[in-house]
Design a protein around this ligand. Sequence first.
Ligand code: NAG
Ligand code: NAG
Length: 188
Amino acid sequence: MKQIVPSFCSSSSLLISLLPAIFLCISPTQSRLSVKIGSDVLSQICAQTEDTDSCLKALQSDPRTDSTDLYGLAQVSINLANATATETKTKIKSQLGQTTDPNLHDQYSQCLDSYDNAIGKINYANDRWSIKDFLALEAASSDCLIDIDTCKDVTTPASPFLPEQNNKSHLLCNIVSTIAKRLAAGNN
Ligand SMILES: *[C@@H]1O[C@H](CO)[C@@H](O)[C@H](O)[C@H]1NC(C)=O
Ligand SMILES: *[C@@H]1O[C@H](CO)[C@@H](O)[C@H](O)[C@H]1NC(C)=O
């Protein structure tokens, strides 16, 4: 008997001392300032862009989207825009070195400039994001849209890949801009 009582006591006091830890584990620990993006907010954001379905696909392609807040989602979108614009620039460069068609050559060299500028705006957007200057973030993403429109204006359907890349890049800067607007409005 003498041995059973202490071991019973110690195991129940162990359980009691664990209770707060168990509560901590199952209770929500989100702070008010950092609310995880729900699928409802994600859908709302994408519905405000130029292509809802592609927007959802793009954001959900990044594993960070599942666990981040609106501020974090802004950087996800900046990184995606950067990756797509950089990929487009690389494709343009490689085509520029290969094409013998003077019209395509013109398109590619103008678009190379546009994408250089767009990538500059996206990286500037990232600087503004890091200091939480959301109005400047929004302005930088609008500038990115203008740069890509400049390339769109000279792109003809004869280009094998530019129309599609322009659409992808434009949508991603549009997503950055949409999220920046929400952040600037304090609507997170
Ligand atoms: C954009 O991509 C380049 C090249 O991969 C990288 O050096 C840069 O840090 C990226 N910037 C952002 C904001 O994602
Ligand atoms: C690009 O977008 C325009 C308008 O949003 C659409 O009409 C066109 O089919 C798209 N082109 C490609 C190649 O995705």
